[in-house]
Structure formats: C-alpha cells, structure tokens
Design a protein around this ligand. Structure first.
Ligand code: C5P
Length: 233
C-alpha cells in the first residue's frame, strides 16, 4: 500500500514508485467553515475529479503549466511533486462571500476589475489574509514569484470566464494554489465547485459549495449538473 503523505479535507495524497510523482485521490467528504461543518456525500469525489480534469485540460491546452500528469481513474490523478506555496490565491470578478462580509457591498456587484487576494494557508490560524509585502518579508515567496503568481491567476481567470460562460455560468470567484517543480511555478491542487463560485447566468442560483454552506439543496446533484453542462457544451 502506497504511503499516505497528506490527508486533506477533500483529497488524500500518496507517494508513488517515482520520487517526483504523487497520487492524488479525491474523497467524498464535504467540509465548510474550516472543517466545522463536515459530511460524507457519496459521489462527490468522482465529480470533483472529473470537473477538475476538464478545467485543467482546458488550461493546459491554453498554455498554463500545471502539476497534472494524467488521470488514472474517475477519482485519481497522477501529479508532479511540487513545493507548494502555503498560499490560497483568490480571484474575484463579482462581489460575494467574505468580500461582502468585510465591506458590506452588494452581493452580486460586478467589480470594476478582477481582484487577486492572498490568504496564508493555515488551519490553525483560519487562513488569514496576507498582503504582498508580508508574503515577501516572511519569505513565503519573493517579489518575482508573487508577480508571476498574480499574473498567472489573472490569465487563468481570463481563460475561465468564457469557458464557464459557454455553459451558462458566471464565474464569481475562485481559489488557486501554486507550487514549484524544478524551479518552475505551476498550478497545483484542483479546480472544482468546491473552490469556486459558479452562478447560473439566468437564475443566479449557486452551483457550487455555497449550496452546502447555506443548506440550499443537494450538493452532489448540483455538481452532477455542473459536470453535465461543461461536458455537453
Ligand atoms: O470565502 P471567500 O469569499 O473569501 O472565498 C472566495 C473563493 O475562494 C470561493 O470560491 C471559495 O470557495 C474559495 N475558497 C476556497 N478555500 C478556502 C477559502 C475560499 O476554495 N479555504
């Protein structure tokens, strides 16, 4: 049995025979509010994996470097081992979630331009907001790396807005993670409705983890619809 390297909330990461490759296994667990709300939802892991593969394949085709090597099954991916920056990189197009809570702006307000925010990845600290100069001074990433990460995050946003719009979704906001492989910064982790906000273009209903956070319906059915709409397009 492969050695478990990291047990996450939605995924486990295992060692493989190769020192520079890892196995990422999607789980059926859904969590919110930093793990305070937790449930097993059968089928969720497979859906997240499949949606993430669609998004990553599209990004790779459009020149974005990622850790993905190949998909091994409907819930397993082989990825390059990377030194992950302990940063959650959030991009926003429309005001929602913590931005609304912080600034009391209207939920759904279209932003003048996309926002990029960094949060320091720490369950113990509840992922606090961290600014560029703190990231640099605390040696989490240097200035050049910070600029590159922001540039990539905005490029990914410009690629994903039309990708989701074609399936009648507004891409409200999302979270990315980056790591370093042999000196090169690449996109890591996943892209699924667990880490983005997708609103139906007509009804403006949430088609993402807010359904679970706000008890708005069946999360697995919602993710199934997201996958179908993305695949059928
Ligand atoms: O909560 P907030 O509005 O800051 O979240 C912005 C985006 O980042 C949302 O799409 C949310 O799902 C995602 N996020 C995440 N993991 C976190 C925090 C936020 O995927 N730990």
């Amino acid at each position: 049995m492969a050695k478990l390297l990291y047990e996450g909330k939605a995924k486990n990461v295992y060692e493989t025979d190769k020192a520079d490759e890892l196995l990422m296994v999607y789980k059926d667990q859904a969590t919110a509010f930093n793990g305070k709300k937790k449930e097993i939802l059968p089928g969720k892991g497979v859906l997240n994996c499949q949606i993430s593969v669609l998004v990553f394949d599209y990004l790779i085709k459009n020149g974005i470097k990622t850790h993905l090597i190949k998909t091994l099954s409907d819930h397993e991916q082989l990825v390059k081992k990377s030194d992950v920056f302990p940063l959650e990189v959030v991009v926003r197009n429309i005001a929602s979630g913590s931005l609304v809570k912080k600034f009391h702006v209207e939920n759904g307000m279209k932003l003048r331009e996309p926002i990029v925010e960094f949060y320091y990845k720490s369950d113990a600290l509840d992922d606090p907001f961290i600014n560029d100069s703190q990231v640099h001074a605390l040696k989490i990433a240097d200035k050049e790396e910070i600029n590159y990460i922001k540039e990539q995050a905005l490029k990914i946003n410009q690629l994903l807005i039309p990708f989701f719009a074609e399936s009648d979704f507004d891409l409200v906001d999302f979270k990315l993670e980056f790591g370093k492989v042999a000196g090169e910064i690449v996109l890591v982790d996943e892209f699924s409705p667990d880490n983005c906000r997708l609103w139906d273009k007509r009804s403006h209903h949430s088609m993402d983890k807010d359904v679970f956070r706000k008890h708005e319906g069946d999360l697995v059915k919602t993710y199934q619809e997201v996958l179908e709409r993305l695949t059928n397009h």
